[in-house]
Design a protein around this ligand. Structure first.
Ligand SMILES: [Fe+2]
Ligand SMILES: [Fe+2]
Length: 333
């Protein structure tokens, strides 16, 4: 039996002139250069446009010519969007080069910390949990793919160790255990649509920016240090957050397929954390010590963007409102 690739998602609705121009180019029209200057770098329009520029490198969009992945005009627009996004991030996160202390800081669980997983564990409602999962699907249905782009940019021990982690992420030879599949199974059990890209129109810029940062760092060899920093941030912080989400799901009476994704991450990421620290970062920085500032940038950039998303979710939920941008919310599947 041959497995067929599921249908690619449909193009989303535009959110302003830049995304309108990118979407028009993806529909096969002659690309027009939108004015990027002055558009908020973390805003809906710019982030959606950038997301749509990256998606042809993954599954593409339904009806969009696969060759547009390397269309020079679209790549020119993408470079401008990346410049604006990267410029804002470099200005917003302080520079540093002490990777060891940065990693140590990631492992500290602050007693007064209160993020989305704390909220969901203690008092979050089922519709909020479903909303969180629906938004996170923008990344987790392609989990590990942005980081895979860095493999050919590494060599020797860090490459071997990173591939060991990725092997687990892709199910260690069993497609049913691939983390993206476990995520899809969780979505189905929660009554969400598990089709790739189904929640793109609902996802606010804060979610798109997180995924865009991974794609940006994965697709640029010059940002491989930042990609490793981003990768380390996920692997080092995932285990305690996943544990809280397992508890949230149990408290809310979710079924085993829903619990399995985060339960798997409590175990797997405790191992991945060690691999990333000792076998990816240490040999990478001993071979290329000049990458240290970018590793720190990757850690701080991804932490900054994750905090923006958490802040949006909690702000909306505290008001009893959906955090979705538009369309269906977690209360009405
Ligand atoms: Fe994973
Ligand atoms: Fe992992």
């Amino acid at each position: 039996m041959t497995a067929t690739m599921p249908k690619a998602p449909t193009l989303p609705a535009p959110r302003g002139p830049i995304s309108e121009a990118v979407l028009s180019a993806l529909r096969g029209n002659r690309p027009e250069s939108p004015a990027v200057d002055g558009s908020p770098p973390y805003g809906e329009d710019l982030q959606l446009a950038l997301y749509c520029c990256y998606e042809p490198h993954y599954r593409g969009f339904d009806g969009v010519d696969a060759d547009l992945e390397w269309d020079p005009a679209l790549l020119t627009i993408r470079a401008e969007l990346e410049g604006a996004f990267l410029g804002a991030l470099r200005a917003d996160v302080p520079a540093g080069a002490d990777v060891e202390s940065e990693l140590g800081e990631l492992l500290v669980e602050h007693v007064d910390a209160f993020g989305v997983s704390h909220h969901l564990r203690r008092q979050g409602e089922l519709w909020q949990l479903r909303e969180y999962v629906a938004l996170r699907s923008l990344y987790h249905l392609k989990e590990a793919d942005p980081q895979t782009f860095v493999i050919p940019r590494l060599d020797g021990p860090p490459k071997a160790a990173l591939v060991t982690v990725q092997h687990d992420e892709y199910g260690a030879g069993d497609p049913e255990r691939a983390h993206s599949k476990l995520f899809a199974d969780m979505m189905a059990e929660l009554g969400l649509c598990e089709a790739y890209g189904a929640y793109l129109d609902s996802a606010p810029a804060e979610m798109l920016a997180e995924v865009n940062f991974m794609s940006l760092c994965g697709l640029h060899r010059g940002l491989r240090g930042a990609l490793i920093g981003q990768f380390a941030t996920v692997e080092l912080t995932s285990s305690p957050g996943s544990d809280r989400l397992v508890k949230a799901m149990r408290r809310l009476g979710c079924g085993p397929a829903a619990i399995r994704f985060y339960a798997e991450h409590v175990e797997a990421d405790a191992v991945h954390e060690q691999l990333v620290r000792r076998e990816v970062i240490v040999p990478l920085l001993s071979a290329e010590p000049e990458l240290a500032p970018d590793v720190v940038f990757g850690i701080r950039g991804s932490t900054f963007l994750a905090a923006r998303l958490e802040e949006r979710l909690l702000r909306h939920w505290n008001r009893g409102e959906s955090s979705f941008r538009s369309g269906m919310d977690g209360r009405r599947p």
